[in-house]
Design a protein around this ligand. Sequence first.
Ligand SMILES: NC(=O)c1ccc[n+]([C@@H]2O[C@H](COP(=O)([O-])OP(=O)(O)OC[C@H]3O[C@@H](n4cnc5c(N)ncnc54)[C@H](OP(=O)(O)O)[C@@H]3O)[C@@H](O)[C@H]2O)c1
Length: 368
Amino acid sequence: MTHAQNILITGASRGLGLALARELAGQGWQLIITARGSEALEAARAELAQQTHVVAIPGDVSDDRHRQRVAAAARKLGGLDAVVNNASLLGPSPQPNLLDYPLDALIQVYWVNTLAPLAVLQALRPHIKPAARIINVTSDAGAEAYPGWGGYGSSKAALEQLSAVLAAENPDWRVYWVDPGDMRTQMQQEAFPDEDISDRPLPEVSVPGFVRLLSGDYPGGRYQAQHFAAAPAEPVHEMRVSLTVDNLDQALALYHQGLGLPIVDEWASAETGRGVVLNASRATLELLDADHARHVDAIEVGRRSAGAVRLAFNVPNLQASVAALSNRGATPLNGPVQTPWGDFNQRLQAPDGLHLTLYQAPESVAAG
Ligand SMILES: NC(=O)c1ccc[n+]([C@@H]2O[C@H](COP(=O)([O-])OP(=O)(O)OC[C@H]3O[C@@H](n4cnc5c(N)ncnc54)[C@H](OP(=O)(O)O)[C@@H]3O)[C@@H](O)[C@H]2O)c1
């Protein structure tokens, strides 16, 4: 049996926080939940406790004593696998324009939305497990300049940058800053007091994106929960580059014998011709703008020279691969060069004119 995972979700008495807590409770996560209003929080706790172990701690995330109580609960639980900083303050509604924004209200918005998420992590630091997932809930208002959203929006923008630096400073954690998208919640109704918000999706629509980040191994960064939930886990199974070559045997000598790429499929017929598929290990698609293509050409060849397509192979021994390809019809266009990013590269031209970059990472040069 796998060990239960522990998570803190702030602001989990309603809205997105409660919807996420419900889903994770169903998956067996152990929960610490918080909110200021103790009655609603207790109702959430009682409901969630039917499925999992739940600790509910009423209080305000901007209050240090509350955070100390949360930290004590995290320690008692044996540490946290994840923290979701979800609690948030909209500020005055209707929202004033920035030039009219009362600064004491803005300080409060910044406290809850920007400083408290950091303060929570500072307080919990000894109890956050090394490979933990940290999610700071932000907003599209933190990335777009909507009139009237300057207070809340700038607090979320600051939270985004704070998250990005936290991610850079703590590479063992996975730090995500996530825009949940518009949701039919109390906060949304407060933001649009006179509007019918029944067209907004329920917070449950944003939950799968959060669960995916919490359970998967996605790189840290900014995500939009509603889009991310719908994206397939592996959008393509394989990338295949199809080259039409003048002389198939010559191409096979180059790529199969020269580079050692194993044949995984081949076919031949008098009517429809011949094809061979080689396994080129991990394939990535590199997209360069014209300036960067020129930059790479200048480094490897000294002038703009490759066409729209160039193949690049990461090889364990640059010198040996250059020799093997040169013996099979490829022409080196320059000597080996060390790139500004540290790799050792050499450009060759295949007999049909296609440019090939062979490159060796500096670690493998050092190891060799
Ligand atoms: N709804 C949207 O359309 C939308 C869009 C973009 C981003 N977001 C973000 O999504 C997150 C969830 O929002 P929501 O719409 O689910 O809001 P919500 O329905 O208003 O729920 C907010 C939760 O946070 C708690 N909370 C508020 N201030 C707190 C504080 N100072 N300390 C502790 N808990 C506090 C609330 O309980 P108490 O009031 O009892 O404390 C409640 O449990 C927020 O970060 C919000 O900024 C929402």
